[in-house]
Write a protein of this length. Sequence first.
Length: 257
Amino acid sequence: MPTATWASDFDLVNLGPLTTTFTAPPECTLPVQGVGLGPDAYKPDYILWYQQCDIVSTGNCLPSGSAMDDDYNSRTGQPNQGYQLYYYSPAAACPADWKTVGLVSRANDGSLSYSGVFDPLWVTRPEKSVTTETVFNPLVNRWANALGPQETGIACCPSDWIPDVNAFCFSNFPAGKFPGTTACGIENTNWPPGTYVPGSFPLGNQTVTGIVLSLTTTLDLISSETTFPSGYWATADDDQDWEGFATQNMIFLATGD
Protein backbone atom coordinates (compact mmCIF):
# COMPACT_ATOMS: atom_id res chain seq x y z
CA MET A 1 0.00 0.00 0.00
CA PRO A 2 1.17 3.62 -0.36
CA THR A 3 3.44 4.51 2.55
CA ALA A 4 2.69 8.22 2.25
CA THR A 5 -0.12 9.70 4.33
CA TRP A 6 -0.12 13.10 2.61
CA ALA A 7 -0.10 14.23 -1.03
CA SER A 8 0.42 17.95 -1.57
CA ASP A 9 -2.45 19.51 0.43
CA PHE A 10 -4.52 16.29 0.68
CA ASP A 11 -4.49 13.54 3.31
CA LEU A 12 -4.34 9.96 2.04
CA VAL A 13 -6.64 7.70 4.07
CA ASN A 14 -6.51 3.91 3.71
CA LEU A 15 -9.95 2.44 4.43
CA GLY A 16 -8.51 -1.07 4.58
CA PRO A 17 -8.51 -4.15 2.35
CA LEU A 18 -11.02 -4.88 -0.39
CA THR A 19 -10.27 -8.50 -1.22
CA THR A 20 -13.67 -9.42 -2.72
CA THR A 21 -15.88 -7.64 -5.23
CA PHE A 22 -18.12 -5.26 -3.30
CA THR A 23 -21.81 -5.23 -4.24
CA ALA A 24 -23.94 -2.39 -2.88
CA PRO A 25 -27.23 -3.41 -1.21
CA PRO A 26 -30.45 -2.94 -3.23
CA GLU A 27 -31.51 0.17 -1.33
CA CYS A 28 -28.44 2.08 -2.54
CA THR A 29 -28.86 4.21 -5.63
CA LEU A 30 -26.21 6.21 -7.41
CA PRO A 31 -25.08 8.89 -7.10
CA VAL A 32 -23.98 8.72 -3.48
CA GLN A 33 -22.44 12.20 -3.60
CA GLY A 34 -25.37 14.09 -5.07
CA VAL A 35 -27.14 15.82 -7.92
CA GLY A 36 -26.67 19.39 -9.07
CA LEU A 37 -26.58 21.99 -11.82
CA GLY A 38 -23.55 23.78 -13.20
CA PRO A 39 -22.59 26.09 -16.08
CA ASP A 40 -20.15 23.72 -17.76
CA ALA A 41 -20.78 20.11 -18.81
CA TYR A 42 -17.09 19.25 -18.32
CA LYS A 43 -16.68 20.60 -14.78
CA PRO A 44 -18.51 18.47 -12.19
CA ASP A 45 -16.54 20.20 -9.42
CA TYR A 46 -18.17 23.53 -10.31
CA ILE A 47 -21.81 22.89 -9.38
CA LEU A 48 -23.75 26.03 -8.42
CA TRP A 49 -27.07 24.48 -7.39
CA TYR A 50 -27.41 21.24 -5.43
CA GLN A 51 -30.45 19.05 -4.93
CA GLN A 52 -29.99 19.36 -1.15
CA CYS A 53 -27.90 21.36 1.30
CA ASP A 54 -26.89 18.49 3.57
CA ILE A 55 -23.76 16.43 2.93
CA VAL A 56 -24.84 13.04 1.60
CA SER A 57 -23.57 10.22 3.84
CA THR A 58 -21.99 7.22 2.17
CA GLY A 59 -23.19 4.64 4.71
CA ASN A 60 -23.12 1.08 3.41
CA CYS A 61 -23.39 2.12 -0.24
CA LEU A 62 -19.60 2.04 -0.68
CA PRO A 63 -17.03 -0.32 0.85
CA SER A 64 -16.23 0.87 4.40
CA GLY A 65 -18.55 3.80 3.73
CA SER A 66 -19.32 4.32 7.40
CA ALA A 67 -15.60 4.59 8.16
CA MET A 68 -15.33 7.20 5.42
CA ASP A 69 -18.22 9.17 6.93
CA ASP A 70 -16.71 8.95 10.42
CA ASP A 71 -13.33 10.19 9.20
CA TYR A 72 -14.90 13.12 7.37
CA ASN A 73 -17.08 14.11 10.34
CA SER A 74 -14.12 13.85 12.75
CA ARG A 75 -12.47 16.72 10.87
CA THR A 76 -15.30 19.19 11.48
CA GLY A 77 -13.82 22.62 12.22
CA GLN A 78 -10.39 21.65 10.87
CA PRO A 79 -8.84 23.29 7.78
CA ASN A 80 -8.38 19.92 6.08
CA GLN A 81 -12.00 18.73 6.23
CA GLY A 82 -12.85 17.66 2.69
CA TYR A 83 -9.18 17.50 1.69
CA GLN A 84 -8.88 13.70 1.77
CA LEU A 85 -8.29 11.04 -0.86
CA TYR A 86 -9.73 7.74 0.37
CA TYR A 87 -8.47 4.44 -1.00
CA TYR A 88 -8.50 0.69 -0.31
CA SER A 89 -5.42 -1.48 0.11
CA PRO A 90 -4.70 -4.26 -0.50
CA ALA A 91 -7.34 -4.38 -3.21
CA ALA A 92 -7.55 -5.35 -6.86
CA ALA A 93 -11.14 -5.23 -8.15
CA CYS A 94 -13.60 -2.38 -8.68
CA PRO A 95 -17.04 -2.79 -7.06
CA ALA A 96 -19.81 -4.50 -9.00
CA ASP A 97 -21.31 -2.22 -11.68
CA TRP A 98 -18.18 -0.07 -11.64
CA LYS A 99 -15.42 0.00 -14.26
CA THR A 100 -11.65 0.59 -14.34
CA VAL A 101 -10.91 4.08 -15.68
CA GLY A 102 -7.18 4.22 -14.97
CA LEU A 103 -4.15 2.07 -14.16
CA VAL A 104 -0.77 3.21 -12.85
CA SER A 105 2.31 1.23 -11.77
CA ARG A 106 5.62 2.33 -10.28
CA ALA A 107 8.83 0.54 -11.26
CA ASN A 108 11.78 -0.03 -8.94
CA ASP A 109 13.57 2.95 -10.50
CA GLY A 110 10.66 5.21 -9.51
CA SER A 111 9.25 5.71 -13.00
CA LEU A 112 5.53 5.37 -13.66
CA SER A 113 3.61 3.56 -16.38
CA TYR A 114 0.04 4.71 -16.72
CA SER A 115 -3.17 4.66 -18.72
CA GLY A 116 -6.60 6.24 -18.56
CA VAL A 117 -7.04 9.05 -16.04
CA PHE A 118 -3.46 8.67 -14.78
CA ASP A 119 -2.01 9.57 -18.20
CA PRO A 120 -0.95 13.26 -18.10
CA LEU A 121 -2.18 13.62 -21.68
CA TRP A 122 -5.68 12.45 -20.72
CA VAL A 123 -8.29 15.06 -19.91
CA THR A 124 -12.09 15.22 -19.99
CA ARG A 125 -12.00 17.99 -22.58
CA PRO A 126 -10.46 16.52 -25.74
CA GLU A 127 -9.32 19.90 -27.05
CA LYS A 128 -7.19 20.67 -23.99
CA SER A 129 -4.03 19.10 -22.57
CA VAL A 130 -3.40 18.54 -18.87
CA THR A 131 0.32 19.14 -19.40
CA THR A 132 -0.25 22.60 -20.91
CA GLU A 133 -3.26 23.64 -18.84
CA THR A 134 -2.26 22.36 -15.39
CA VAL A 135 -1.79 24.93 -12.64
CA PHE A 136 -2.89 22.74 -9.75
CA ASN A 137 -1.76 19.17 -9.28
CA PRO A 138 -4.67 16.94 -10.46
CA LEU A 139 -6.06 14.82 -7.63
CA VAL A 140 -5.66 11.56 -9.54
CA ASN A 141 -1.98 12.41 -10.00
CA ARG A 142 -1.44 13.16 -6.30
CA TRP A 143 -2.68 9.71 -5.39
CA ALA A 144 -0.63 7.99 -8.11
CA ASN A 145 2.55 9.63 -6.84
CA ALA A 146 2.03 8.03 -3.41
CA LEU A 147 2.47 4.50 -4.81
CA GLY A 148 5.58 2.58 -3.83
CA PRO A 149 7.90 0.53 -6.08
CA GLN A 150 6.24 -2.46 -7.78
CA GLU A 151 2.83 -1.24 -6.68
CA THR A 152 -0.19 -0.79 -8.94
CA GLY A 153 -3.05 1.65 -8.52
CA ILE A 154 -6.54 1.38 -10.00
CA ALA A 155 -9.16 4.10 -10.43
CA CYS A 156 -12.85 3.11 -10.64
CA CYS A 157 -16.05 4.85 -11.75
CA PRO A 158 -19.63 3.64 -12.05
CA SER A 159 -20.22 1.96 -15.41
CA ASP A 160 -21.14 4.42 -18.20
CA TRP A 161 -20.09 7.42 -16.10
CA ILE A 162 -17.36 9.89 -17.11
CA PRO A 163 -14.12 10.16 -15.08
CA ASP A 164 -12.57 13.52 -14.21
CA VAL A 165 -8.93 14.31 -13.33
CA ASN A 166 -10.07 15.81 -10.02
CA ALA A 167 -11.22 12.40 -8.77
CA PHE A 168 -14.89 12.75 -9.68
CA CYS A 169 -17.09 10.45 -11.71
CA PHE A 170 -20.09 12.13 -13.27
CA SER A 171 -23.05 11.71 -15.57
CA ASN A 172 -24.80 14.56 -17.37
CA PHE A 173 -28.53 15.06 -17.81
CA PRO A 174 -30.68 17.88 -19.27
CA ALA A 175 -31.23 20.75 -16.85
CA GLY A 176 -34.98 20.29 -17.21
CA LYS A 177 -34.66 16.85 -15.59
CA PHE A 178 -33.37 18.37 -12.33
CA PRO A 179 -35.53 16.72 -9.62
CA GLY A 180 -37.90 18.76 -7.49
CA THR A 181 -38.58 22.49 -7.35
CA THR A 182 -36.06 23.45 -4.66
CA ALA A 183 -32.29 23.75 -4.95
CA CYS A 184 -29.48 24.64 -2.57
CA GLY A 185 -26.90 27.30 -3.32
CA ILE A 186 -23.62 27.10 -1.39
CA GLU A 187 -21.21 30.03 -1.08
CA ASN A 188 -17.63 29.99 0.22
CA THR A 189 -17.21 33.30 2.05
CA ASN A 190 -13.50 32.91 2.76
CA TRP A 191 -12.12 31.27 -0.37
CA PRO A 192 -9.36 30.24 -0.57
CA PRO A 193 -8.95 28.60 2.87
CA GLY A 194 -5.24 29.32 2.90
CA THR A 195 -2.42 30.75 0.82
CA TYR A 196 -1.48 29.93 -2.76
CA VAL A 197 2.27 29.64 -3.25
CA PRO A 198 4.36 28.67 -6.29
CA GLY A 199 5.44 25.05 -6.29
CA SER A 200 6.54 22.17 -8.47
CA PHE A 201 5.19 18.63 -8.56
CA PRO A 202 5.71 15.43 -10.56
CA LEU A 203 3.21 14.92 -13.36
CA GLY A 204 3.69 11.50 -14.90
CA ASN A 205 7.45 11.19 -15.35
CA GLN A 206 8.18 14.90 -15.57
CA THR A 207 8.20 17.81 -13.13
CA VAL A 208 5.98 20.83 -13.75
CA THR A 209 5.65 24.19 -12.02
CA GLY A 210 2.31 25.30 -10.67
CA ILE A 211 0.56 26.50 -7.52
CA VAL A 212 0.20 24.76 -4.16
CA LEU A 213 -2.43 25.63 -1.55
CA SER A 214 -1.20 25.89 2.03
CA LEU A 215 -4.26 25.32 4.24
CA THR A 216 -4.61 27.73 7.16
CA THR A 217 -8.33 28.02 7.92
CA THR A 218 -11.62 26.19 7.55
CA LEU A 219 -14.06 26.92 4.75
CA ASP A 220 -16.91 29.17 5.85
CA LEU A 221 -19.83 27.78 3.87
CA ILE A 222 -23.20 29.51 3.70
CA SER A 223 -26.05 27.53 2.17
CA SER A 224 -29.52 28.68 1.25
CA GLU A 225 -32.46 26.81 -0.24
CA THR A 226 -34.43 28.42 -3.06
CA THR A 227 -37.79 27.35 -4.48
CA PHE A 228 -38.25 27.65 -8.23
CA PRO A 229 -41.54 27.64 -10.17
CA SER A 230 -42.71 24.24 -11.33
CA GLY A 231 -41.09 23.41 -14.66
CA TYR A 232 -38.54 26.23 -14.29
CA TRP A 233 -35.52 24.18 -15.30
CA ALA A 234 -37.31 22.71 -18.32
CA THR A 235 -37.12 26.16 -19.91
CA ALA A 236 -33.35 26.00 -19.43
CA ASP A 237 -32.91 22.94 -21.66
CA ASP A 238 -31.80 25.12 -24.55
CA ASP A 239 -29.65 27.30 -22.32
CA GLN A 240 -26.06 26.10 -22.61
CA ASP A 241 -25.23 27.87 -19.34
CA TRP A 242 -26.83 25.04 -17.33
CA GLU A 243 -26.02 21.36 -17.25
CA GLY A 244 -27.30 18.67 -14.91
CA PHE A 245 -24.81 16.52 -13.00
CA ALA A 246 -24.99 13.32 -11.03
CA THR A 247 -21.68 12.98 -9.17
CA GLN A 248 -19.75 10.32 -7.30
CA ASN A 249 -16.25 10.33 -5.89
CA MET A 250 -13.82 8.08 -7.73
CA ILE A 251 -12.73 4.90 -5.93
CA PHE A 252 -8.98 4.21 -5.68
CA LEU A 253 -7.45 0.77 -5.11
CA ALA A 254 -3.82 -0.14 -4.41
CA THR A 255 -2.25 -3.58 -4.64
CA GLY A 256 0.20 -4.72 -2.00
CA ASP A 257 0.17 -5.58 1.68
